[in-house]
Write a protein that binds this ligand. Structure first.
Ligand code: GLO
Ligand code: MG
Length: 344
């Protein structure tokens, strides 16, 4: 039995379309996904604001809250909690050039409207966290905006969110690029710096996604460890990624098992989850996956995570200590490889 609670977003099950081709699977309706997520053993759902309230632009603030209350009833029916709400600031025509640091004042205002509505929805869903995946917050053309101005815009926007609701926690999910060229807040280090510059650093932390760390050329377990050391790891998006390419969101552990082992290890060793944090997945099925198998990547990610938990349980800390004392890192490394290969 895992010591962790897991979460997932509805976008993890999708119809297979990519930038180069149309869907390859049927769309699955939201209620069916919820039922299946509960059956697979997930405890909480991650939401975009418009996953929670589709066509959010068409409603008043009161109507949005009402719709969120209806969703809460649905979640209760399946025994699922809401982990976070994330303003989707990359699809709408107002977010063509970013949200909080868009070059258009009107579009920046729209971004704040979505952030406030996300907080309203979170409140109705009984959750206290919003996630900012800063998809288009950066530059497409380096000279189009000042990085100094853009960074300050982000801090100011977060300060407004913190002031809007004294309980809300703002969790930044950093990514170095894609869909933008250069991100303003691309790594966990940037997130910590932004946090420190806000009016309430205790309520601003990070969501480390394995793939995003790899895209920045960094090690996911070290990024997780860095945020844990600062007491600011609010959630994780576990997945995998084959080096510095397009964002792949592969099943957790399939590309680099040792790196995945070390992510589980650092989470376990540091009591992650003891303050209610979830182990979140952000994984995509392959384009070739069939309709019947459209949840397989989630099942497989959970299986791999749990199997690695058992490996961490078996990790021989006495042997590790001895190796460190004698600086025999060859032996320690081979011990880890044998542990992962199942060779005693
Ligand atoms: C994309 C991100 C995205 C976010 C999600 C929640 O690269 O990982 O999936 O996690 O929109 O904010
Ligand atoms: Mg993510």
């Amino acid at each position: 039995m895992s010591q962790f609670k897991f979460s997932v977003g509805p976008w993890n099950v999708h119809a297979g379309a990519d930038s180069y081709g149309p869907p390859t699977r049927q769309e699955i309706d939201f209620d069916t996904k919820l039922a299946k997520f509960a059956e697979l053993g997930f405890s909480a759902i991650q939401f975009h604001d418009d996953d929670a309230v589709p066509n959010i632009n068409d409603y008043t603030e009161e109507q949005i809250k009402e719709k969120a209350r209806e969703l809460k009833k649905k979640l209760d029916k399946y025994g699922l909690a809401a982990e976070f709400v994330a303003p989707r600031l990359w699809m709408d025509e107002h977010s063509i050039d970013g949200g909080f640091m868009s070059t258009s004042a009107e579009d920046r205002e729209y971004a704040m409207w979505r952030a406030y509505r996300s907080i309203d929805i979170a409140r109705e869903l009984d959750c206290d966290m919003i996630v900012l995946w800063l998809a288009r917050e950066g530059t497409l053309c380096a000279e189009s905006k000042s990085p100094v101005w853009a960074t300050r815009q982000l801090i100011e926007a977060i300060n407004k969110m913190l002031a809007y609701d004294p309980k809300i926690r703002v969790c930044i999910e950093p990514k170095p690029n894609e869909p933008i060229d250069r991100s303003i807040c691309g790594t966990m280090g940037h997130v910590m710096a932004i946090s420190a510059a806000t009016i309430d650093p205790s309520r601003v932390g990070g969501n480390l996604e394995s793939a995003h760390a790899i895209l920045a050329g960094l090690d996911p377990a070290h990024e997780i460890g860095f945020a844990l050391a600062m007491g600011k790891l609010m959630t994780v998006h576990l997945n995998d990624q084959n080096g510095i390419r397009y964002d792949q969101d592969k099943t957790f552990g399939v590309e680099n098992l040792r790196a995945a082992f070390n992510q589980v290890k650092v989470l376990k060793e540091n009591g992650y989850g003891s303050h209610g944090e979830y182990v979140g997945l952000d994984v995509k099925a392959m384009r070739t996956t069939t309709d019947e198998d459209c949840y397989k990547h989630l099942e497989n990610s959970l299986k791999i995570f749990r199997a690695l938990e058992k490996k961490v349980d078996r990790f021989d800390y006495d042997f590790q200590k001895k190796c460190v004392e004698t600086r025999d890192f060859e032996a320690l490394e081979m011990y880890v490889m044998n542990l992962l290969m199942g060779i005693d």
